[in-house]
Write a protein that binds this ligand. Sequence first.
Ligand code: SAM
Length: 215
Amino acid sequence: MTSKQRPGVDVKTGYDAWARNYDDMDNATRDLDATALRQTLASVSANDVLELGCGTGKNTAWLANQFGHVTAVDFSASMLNVARQKASAKNISFYQYDISKPWPADSTKFDLVTCNLVLEHIADLHFIYKEAERVLRPGGQLFLCELHPYRQLKGGQAQYVSRTGDSIPIATYVHSFAEFINEALAVDLVVSGVKEWHAPSDDMPRLLSLLFVKR
Ligand SMILES: C[S@@+](CC[C@H](N)C(=O)[O-])C[C@H]1O[C@@H](n2cnc3c(N)ncnc32)[C@H](O)[C@@H]1O
């Protein structure tokens, strides 16, 4: 593991606090991620989808509209409460779960696993890739979209604004570009797409998205 830790408040505590205004505050990263997911997955066909770290459900309703069934997981009860109100389609199942622990999902159950703006909070990328590879069917795909490592190295980090108006950083890990790729290759996931995403005023890429296929 080559990740570097950045201090901040405990991740679950931070998102429980952020849930009240995550959807309402200006957030170019959140909005660009929504674009990246929709553009990348519009041409993908899948029935069973697993969404890791669904948060307030920004992407969940779109995934449910596009695909057969969405299993959406997050460990923050407050983020999940917002998601449940926003995305109430019958083909969505929400679960509160910590994805850094072994996943209670059958092997080869899913056609697509998505993970958006979550891995900066996960120390061990290898574990996530290994579990994703296990739960994907052969030919299934893993889509990641994360804060770009360049931006992390420049100090970018998830942070919320408290009730008193303070910006509170949430604990994160910096994963290098090489780590994102090599840890996937180590579990035999094949890279099928790499894209860097800019918001209109950005002078460097804001997001890195990766698409992997299970052989
Ligand atoms: C920046 S939000 C992104 C939410 C959503 N994917 C989006 O793009 O708007 C990160 C989410 O990951 C969740 N998360 C972080 N670490 C997690 C873990 N170990 N297990 C489950 N969820 C986690 C947080 O609770 C939070 O809802």
